[in-house]
Design a protein around this ligand. Structure first.
Ligand SMILES: [Zn+2]
Length: 424
């Protein structure tokens, strides 16, 4: 009955340890069988036994440990170089893992698919963060990297700069580049750095069929990714990512607000300063401002923006957003050209003039979005990923951890394969 409950194949249950307040300890051994020496084939002898404690799934509301009484085998042939070795059974636990195999697969699903934190899963199993994380990375790596069908050919491919960790005492920033199927909203991979080197290598490794299929390359408004597409995807149409275009307008608005704040009040924004209080209302989409919010915003601007500069930057941001309401590329090009020139009017604050220059410089990339007519599924997936990553950033000790966790979350792995992957 006990073996039925424990539910592991070819295992004898030796007994239970039940120390009040502690985890339930289930002692098991593998059923005896004849084992040959892997080197010379002679029937091996049992040298000795030792115990390995594995963190298992909770049972009956209790933390549970599997205490595996492992045999150490010995080759009886004195001339054989094999010596002794321990028995392994991947159905109980993968080698070097402190979690049982079934607990490790469960933990991978909790963290990767259900977006539980490693800490929460560790609490449920009654073990520490590293034990769970090691398992999630080992099984997760296999799930995302050993499935050649996780992604196929891609029509619209985007490169995205992502901050993945702030390291050490000074919170030094570390960046990575996300490679995204922007049409399906699937994270294909993450490579270190934000230069063009790693994305170029990744693209070339995908092979000519993959490269030939990419019709659109979306990018932020900066040089390195443009160079990647120029080099590796010379026939793809380059598209400025709408998310980044609007983000730039918001950045310029923010710069303008901070400059006016300092000029008018002589110090950086403080809690009671009207412009500081307006900062969230300013970057909010206009249609999301309820009437009261808009009234409040106008009041705060009247009090803190005597020359109307922040107001101009706010309008500029809203007009930039409206580029994406247009559905015709010819109209859109005329619109962006006129907007770019208007924003550079000498009455405009310097931040707005700079925005205008950038819009003109990238006008064909911006309007390419109107031509492309692919649905941009990127935004939601990637924004969620970025938010989640920022929240968890301090927990990511290494790039490998970050990459696997991001791919489990946003890379659309085939979770049906989890039961069969072999951990790395
Ligand atoms: Zn041998």
């Amino acid at each position: 009955m006990c073996e039925l409950l424990v539910g592991l194949p070819d295992v004898n249950v030796l007994g239970l340890d039940d120390v009040p307040g502690g985890p339930l300890r289930v002692h098991v051994e593998l059923r005896a069988s004849t084992v040959g020496c892997p080197q010379c084939g002679v029937v091996a002898h049992v040298k000795d036994r030792y115990q390995v404690e594995l963190v298992d799934l909770p049972a009956f509301g209790r933390w549970t440990r599997l205490v595996w009484h492992k045999r150490r085998w010995r080759c009886p042939d004195a001339d054989c170089p094999k010596g002794s070795w321990s028995e392994q059974d991947s159905r109980l636990a993968a080698s070097r893992q402190a979690l049982s195999d079934r607990a490790a697969r469960w933990a991978t699903r909790q963290v990767g698919e259900s977006a539980s934190s490693v800490n929460k899963v560790a609490d449920e199993l009654g073990c520490d963060w590293h034990t769970v994380n090691d398992a999630v990375i080992a099984y997760g790596t296999a799930l995302v990297d050993d499935d050649p069908e996780r992604y196929g050919l891609v029509r619209a491919l985007g490169l995205d700069e992502t901050l993945f960790v702030r390291e050490g005492e000074y919170h030094r920033q570390r960046f990575s580049t996300s490679i995204v199927d922007v049409e399906r909203g699937q994270l294909l991979d993450v490579v270190p750095g934000r230069s063009g080197v790693e994305p170029t290598a990744w693209l070339n490794a995908q092979g000519p069929e993959f490269l030939a299929h990419v019709a659109y390359g979306t990018l932020d408004l900066s040089g390195p990714y443009r160079a990647v597409f120029d080099k590796t995807l010379p026939y793809a149409t380059q598209v400025a990512d709408p998310f980044h275009v609007v983000k730039l307008a918001n950045q310029k608005l923010d710069e303008c607000r901070r400059r006016v704040q300092t000029e008018v009040f002589g110090h950086r924004g403080r809690k009671l300063d009207p412009l500081y209080r307006a900062r969230r209302l300013l970057t909010m989409a206009d249609e999301r401002l309820v009437d009261k919010g808009r009234e409040k915003l106008l009041g705060l601007l009247a009090a803190g923006d005597p020359k109307g500069e922040v107001m101009t930057a706010w309008h500029a941001k809203e007009v930039v957003r409206s580029i994406y309401d247009l559905d015709n590329e010819i109209v859109a090009l005329q619109f962006v050209e006129r907007l770019g020139h208007d924003l550079q009017d000498e009455s405009s604050p310097p931040e707005v003039r700079s925005l205008g220059r950038t819009l003109l410089r990238w006008k064909h990339h911006i309007v390419a979005w109107h031509e492309a007519h692919f649905t941009n599924a990127r935004s939601e997936t990637m924004n969620n990923l970025i938010k989640r990553t920022k929240r968890a950033a301090f927990g990511f000790r290494s790039f490998r951890n970050y990459r696997v966790r991001a791919l489990l979350y946003a890379g659309k792995p085939n979770w049906d394969l989890l039961a069969t992957v072999i951990p790395r």
